[in-house]
Design a protein around this ligand. Structure first.
Ligand code: CA
Length: 338
């Protein structure tokens, strides 16, 4: 069976040199607008042949650092400063990003659980399909900028696949060091195949991912880090005409999240009192927080406990919590084999 083509179209010509700004147009026929389309902003910078990068944010619409960093990059970069092609998609799940929500208010779609998508599916599925079947084959490198969104806060972290062989492992560790976030996570083969990283793997791209911050806001220091890191990553892949425009990297602590026991979830519905902060080192068996019951305030709170040693790199932000919500997750220093 022939692959079905996307119904999304654009007047941007990905093969044309220069800086083009515009929209992916996703047909959206609704009561308010019979023949309308959703305008997904997209920029293409091309200057001859060379490296091919796809920069993306707003995969989750309530993760703002990457969206702002890409807005600033778009306005600060002209085609003559580029080598090859950079495609920039700052509001990947446009309906979600426009609403400032993780998922799309149109179809409740979580773009990062929607790959490889469906050209005849919901808007979120159509976007996933377009990214994987059109934009990724035009690219060699994906940079997908995530953060903790509304419900989580991360220590600024970049993430790469651990690598299938020593050469790939060394290349990916180098990219984490080039990115220069305080923490660099190396991950293994996950069972989850609906994420942009899995799509990038299927399409043969190198994927650079982040968890930049979160809390449903933008933090100046983390934004500045993201802006500098983007320049360095572009320079690293040879996509900037002048390599000297990329500022120096700061040291990265290489870490891993190697199992379910790195995550601490709420044992109950209630009000979350954290006992530790981001950046704390914790030990197995240490209480992580309490869940209080203000509707029955005389009831003893439930305790959440860390199952292993580690560094707290992610923390839940909202106070109200439900059983099963992620309260914290840990990372540990990378165990270097041999
Ligand atoms: Ca995310």
């Amino acid at each position: 069976m022939a692959a079905r083509e996307s119904r999304i179209w654009t007047d941007i010509d990905f093969e044309r040199d220069g800086k083009q700004t515009g929209f992916l147009r996703l047909p959206h026929s609704v009561h308010r607008s019979a023949y309308g389309w959703l305008p997904i902003p997209l920029v293409c910078l091309k200057n001859g042949s060379g490296p091919r990068l796809l920069l993306m944010a707003g995969n989750h619409g309530d993760e703002y650092e990457g969206q702002v960093a890409l807005c600033k990059l778009i306005r600060g970069l002209e085609a003559d400063a580029v080598r090859g092609r950079i495609i920039i998609l700052p509001m990947a799940n446009f309906p979600a990003a426009a609403a400032g929500r993780r998922t799309s208010p149109i179809d409740a779609g979580n773009l990062n659980r929607s790959f490889p998508g469906d050209p005849d599916g919901s808007p979120t599925a159509m976007i996933a399909h377009y990214i994987e079947s059109v934009l990724m084959p035009l690219s060699d490198v994906l940079v997908d900028l995530h953060s903790g969104g509304s419900s989580l806060m991360y220590l600024p972290t970049a993430m790469m696949y651990r690598g299938d062989d020593p050469a790939e492992a060394a290349r990916n560790r180098e990219i984490l060091e080039v990115f220069g976030a305080p923490h660099g996570l190396l991950f293994g083969r996950e069972s989850e195949d609906r994420m942009s990283e899995s799509a990038a793997r299927r399409q043969g791209l190198t994927a650079v991912l982040t968890e930049l911050g979160g809390s449903g806001t933008v933090t100046p220091a983390i934004l500045a880090l993201a802006e500098r890191a983007l320049r360095r990553v572009l320079a690293h892949f040879g996509a900037l005409a002048d390599r000297d425009t990329a500022p120096e990297a700061t040291p990265t602590r290489l870490m891993e999240v190697a199992g379910a026991d790195y995550y601490c979830h709420s044992p109950d519905d209630g009000l979350f009192e954290p006992f530790v902060e981001l950046g704390d080192s914790v030990a197995a068996g240490q209480p992580a927080g309490a869940v209080h019951f203000p509707e029955t305030p005389w009831r003893e709170p439930s305790l959440a406990t860390f199952e292993r040693d580690g560094l707290v790199i992610c923390k839940r932000i909202p106070g109200r919590t439900r059983r099963g919500d992620c309260l914290f997750h840990l990372a540990s220093d990378l165990a270097v084999p041999g």
